[in-house]
Ligand binder design. Structure first.
Ligand code: NDP
Length: 297
């Protein structure tokens, strides 16, 4: 095992470096430049920041990034038309529609319209189903990044470990549980109806917290030596901070740090890994779609 405070930012940077080299190679050997289309509807401030970071990182590793900023009044029909065009666009290998969408648009209708081969977020039911039954799939970026930290970075012997995933969303909790199960962990999924969360935490060798509640998981709940992956991104008011708020995770970092053998900070933990995995999924999609051998990243 490496450092106790897992530096997701540094791990992601290393991955981006490897991906940049792979993209240079794909271009030189096969004339292939993976292309990522990012669609943002409306002016949801955090989404604008996420989208900007995704586009910046895509360009940094040498991917083509196509940006579609649509007004909040966009109809579902118009958005579906754009998706249909991107599905057949040969320069586009990955399509990402930033959530949340405005109320007049059904997110499931939109996500289902994306060609599963270009579904770099891994939210299409085809990819969710393939993951659930153990077939090759586009894996949602956040759980993929968490698994990378546990398996490739920390090199945990996952088979037989007890993992607790807190949260059962389609984008984090469920795919995270499926990935850990596939690795041979004994997986428990906790949610808002779970009766005694501290007791569940006390059993877990690995805790992945994806709850959406600031500093919710306390250090005293955690088994000594457990590995803690904090997916949460929460803003809490802080008059002393320059922006008037701080960003914290779903885990009370200071108390959890005392108990854990390794823990991700927020920010600088899972967030950068999510973006790195989006780029990796785009490279994978480009290679699968064009029949070019896939690089190891
Ligand atoms: P959702 O709101 O979709 O899901 C939250 C889950 O937490 C639900 O399953 C809910 O249970 C569960 N939950 C709520 N309250 C409790 C409780 N008291 N005890 C146990 N479980 C509870 O959130 P997401 O999965 O989309 O995101 C989770 C967090 O991760 C958020 O902070 C989000 O911002 C962050 N995030 C970070 C990303 C990154 O790149 N770092 C990417 C995606 C998300 P129930 O189903 O019963 O309601």
């Amino acid at each position: 095992m490496t450092e106790k405070r897992i530096d997701g930012k540094a791990v992601a940077q290393e991955l981006r470096r490897a991906m940049a080299a792979a993209v240079t190679d794909l271009k030189a050997k096969h004339g292939l430049v993976p292309g990522l289309a990012v669609v943002l509807v409306g002016d949801h401030a955090p989404s604008e920041i996420y989208v900007r970071n995704k586009q910046k990182s895509a360009k940094e590793v040498g991917l083509n990034s196509y940006e579609y900023n649509l007004p909040a009044s966009t109809s579902q029909k118009d958005l579906l038309k754009l998706i249909a065009d991107l599905n057949v666009d040969k320069d586009v290998h990955g399509i990402l529609v930033q959530l949340p969408l405005p109320n007049q648009i059904d997110p499931m209708a939109v996500l289902s319209a994306i060609d599963p081969a270009k579904d770099v977020d891994g939210f299409h039911v085809t990819n969710a189903g393939r993951l659930a039954v153990g077939l090759p799939a586009m894996i949602p970026c956040t759980p993929k990044g968490c698994l990378y930290l546990l398996k490739d970075h920390l090199k945990l012997p996952l088979a037989g470990m007890r993992a607790l995933v807190i949260g059962r969303s389609n984008i984090v909790g469920k795919p995270m549980a499926a990935l850990l199960l596939a690795e041979g962990c004994t997986v428990t999924v906790a949610h808002s109806k779970t009766k005694d969360l501290p007791a569940e935490c006390a059993q877990a060798d690995i805790i992945v917290a994806a709850v959406g509640r600031a500093e919710f998981v306390k250090g005293e709940w955690i088994k000594p030596g457990a590995v803690v992956i904090d997916v949460g991104i929460n803003r809490v008011d802080d008059a002393a901070a320059a922006k008037g708020y701080r960003v914290v995770g779903d885990v009370d970092f200071n108390s959890a740090y005392e108990k854990a053998s390794a823990i991700t900070p927020v920010p600088g933990g899972v967030g950068p890994m999510t973006i790195a995995c989006l780029l990796s999924n785009t490279i994978k999609a480009a290679c699968v779609i064009t029949g070019v051998p896939r690089p190891a990243v």
